[in-house]
Structures are given as structure tokens and as C-alpha cells.
Design a protein around this ligand. Structure first.
Ligand SMILES: Cc1cc2nc3c(=O)[nH]c(=O)nc-3n(C[C@H](O)[C@H](O)[C@H](O)COP(=O)(O)OP(=O)(O)OC[C@H]3O[C@@H](n4cnc5c(N)ncnc54)[C@H](O)[C@@H]3O)c2cc1C
Length: 298
């Protein structure tokens, strides 16, 4: 589909099965790929003028889209994937596009002997999605080394922000729903490239051992409760392996819901409700979703 004056691509009625790691979901009305910053701003203005709500999609590894699809347009900035390093006395500042793969970015840093993000290795999202979610693992968070972001706000303005550490918390960031992280800067310190690769290999092996990487999923479904991971509550509620259709509480890690093949989004949503209900009635604990549910009523 062609939009006059827009350089990038706009696709219509695109099934979200292909664009989310859970491999479920109906169509998005529009899927927009801006060619560059100016194009992104022009697309946002066009969508605003037409009264079409929109949101940003990274690698779709933390979202579950309903079977009916979503009314919003989705904007993906995969073409904004510039990567640049500037040396500093004790390491480097990495400047990276929001659409860049987080895993690839971390590999590029490690290859240059730059430390600070290696424990996030193998988180399957994009840099922009990682910042919005304040992604973290093995005691490290993306916000630990983040110094600045270029954000496009809902009016299409691009502004630089230097968010303080206190603006981030567990899986939460100051990036609003209608903000787009188009670029980010990280301050990384010098380290030994070989040692970093070994750390990353360990992270990968730990993940492979504990996470059901062999099935589609959206990672951890629920947030930790205080210091306790959500899997503990799901397990204590007796739900390991519990299944609705092809949506199943993973036997390997009970905070993962896996798609055994033909799960529908409604099976996953029903399983989430079931888990929340059982954990509350048996243990008196309210679990809160870490994954985002898009296009579901209520
Ligand atoms: C197997 C597996 C393992 C996982 N392990 C972890 C883990 O260890 N730790 C962890 O924290 N997460 C983990 N996750 C969850 C997920 O990968 C992270 O939350 C990731 O940061 C999401 O990035 P994304 O690009 O896929 O974002 P999406 O899922 O596409 O979107 C998530 C949110 O970010 C917003 N967003 C996306 N791109 C941008 C942008 N450029 N600007 C502004 N907002 C944006 C979206 O609108 C949405 O609100 C895992 C997921 C899977 C499938």
C-alpha cells in the first residue's frame, strides 16, 4: 500500500502470528515500517490526522495479541538500526537504534570488549522494547548503563532525554505508551572480550536449561512478587503442566506459558485468568502480568 509522501512501507491487515514470539493473534489494521526518523514523524502525523490510534511493536516478544486482532496501527522501526561506538577513557559510549536486536547489540559490545549488558544476552527483544520494559536478567537491567534516549512523542516531536536511574524500576520505565525510543546511548566499560563471551555462554546455557526455548512463548508471564519469582506461586498452586487447548503452563518453568502448536490467544488469556484465580484463592497472592495483552476487552 502506498502513502503519498511516505518513503517507508505500510502493510494492511497483517496477521500477528508471524510478528509475535507467542505465534498467536489476529490482524493488525496497518503495519508501518518508516524508512528513517523524518518518515517516522511523518507517519505519526498522518496517523494522527486520520484519527488512527497506533502503538509501537519491537520484536513482539512480550505481547499477546487477541484472535480478533487489534484496531491500532502498529509501527515497527526495524530500519532504525544504526550502531556506533565512541571511545572514552574507560570504555565507550554505544549509540544504537531502537530497532536493533538486543542480542546482536550485546554481541557487538562483547566483541569490542565492552561490558555492562552481557547478562541480558539472549533476551529476544529489540533495544527499544528492552528500554520500554526495562528488560533485565541475572541481576542486570538495561537501565544500568543507559545514559540517554531519543524519543519521538505523540505529536511527532523528537526529543533527547537523560532519564535518571530512579525513573526506572522492575520492568517499568519512563517511556510512555505513545513514545517511541528511536535511539539510545549506553556507557560501557572496558573488559576482556574473551571473558565477556564466556559470561554470555554461561547465560545462554542457564537459559537453555531453565527456559522452554523449544516452544513459542512470550517469556515470563507474571512479574515477581517482592523477592519471590512468580513461578514459585504458580507451582505451589499445582498448575505445572496445566493446559487449556494448546496453551500450557510449561513443565520446565512455571512462569512460562508455551504454545504447544495450535494455541489460540483466547486459550492463553483463559490460562492467565485461571492461574491468577488459583494463586489468589490458594495462596492469597495477586499476580500481575508482565506480558502485555493487546486487543482483549477489559
Ligand atoms: C524466550 C523469552 C525469554 C525472555 N526473557 C526475558 C528476560 O530474561 N528478561 C526480560 O526482561 N524479558 C524477557 N523476555 C521478554 C521480552 O523479550 C522483553 O520484554 C523485551 O524487552 C521485549 O522487547 P520487544 O522488542 O520484543 O518488545 P515488544 O514485545 O514488541 O513490545 C513490548 C513493549 O515495548 C514497546 N516497544 C517496542 N518497541 C518500542 C520502541 N522502539 N519504543 C518504545 N516502545 C517500544 C511496545 O509498544 C510494548 O509496549 C523474554 C521473552 C521470551 C520470548
Amino acid at each position: 500500500m502506498e502513502w503519498k509522501g511516505i518513503k517507508g512501507t505500510v502493510l494492511k491487515d497483517v496477521s500477528m502470528k508471524r510478528y509475535t514470539s507467542m505465534r498467536v493473534g489476529g490482524p493488525a489494521k496497518l503495519l508501518c515500517y518508516p524508512a528513517d526518523r523524518q518518515d517516522l514523524a511523518a507517519m505519526a502525523r498522518r496517523l494522527n490526522d486520520k484519527g488512527i490510534p497506533y502503538r509501537f511493536l519491537g520484536n513482539g516478544t512480550n505481547v499477546i495479541v487477541s484472535d480478533e486482532g487489534i484496531k491500532e496501527a502498529l509501527v515497527r522501526i526495524t530500519k532504525m538500526n544504526r550502531l556506533h561506538f565512541t571511545k572514552t577513557p574507560d570504555g565507550a559510549v554505544a549509540e544504537v537504534g531502537g530497532g536493533y536486536s538486543l542480542k546482536r547489540f550485546i554481541s557487538e559490545c562483547a566483541r569490542r570488549g565492552l561490558a555492562g549488558l552481557e547478562k541480558l544476552y539472549w533476551i529476544p527483544g529489540s533495544v527499544g522494547g528492552g528500554i520500554r520494559m526495562n528488560a533485565g536478567s541475572f541481576g542486570q537491567s538495561i537501565s544500568d548503563t543507559l545514559t540517554a534516549v531519543d524519543i519521538m512523542n505523540s505529536s511527532g516531536e523528537i526529543i533527547e532525554k537523560q532519564p535518571g536511574k530512579e525513573e526506572f524500576s522492575y520492568r517499568a520505565s519512563p517511556v510512555g505508551r505513545s513514545d517511541c525510543v528511536i535511539n539510545a546511548r549506553f556507557r560501557l566499560r572496558s573488559s576482556d572480550a574473551k571473558k565477556l563471551q564466556e559470561d554470555m555462554d554461561r547465560v545462554y546455557l542457564e537459559r537453555k536449561k531453565n527456559h522452554p526455548m523449544e516452544y513459542p512463548s512470550a517469556g515470563s508471564v507474571f512479574k515477581a512478587v517482592g523477592d519471590r519469582s512468580a513461578w514459585w506461586f504458580v507451582d505451589r498452586a499445582g498448575l505445572r503442566g496445566y493446559r487449556i487447548g494448546d496453551a500450557c503452563v510449561s513443565e520446565k518453568h512455571t512462569n512460562f506459558i508455551v504454545n504447544l502448536g495450535h494455541a489460540r490467544a483466547r486459550d492463553i488469556a483463559s490460562l492467565i485468568d485461571k492461574i491468577k484465580g488459583e494463586v489468589f484463592s490458594r495462596l492469597g497472592v495477586k499476580l500481575e502480568e508482565e506480558v502485555e495483552l493487546w486487543g482483549f476487552n477489559g
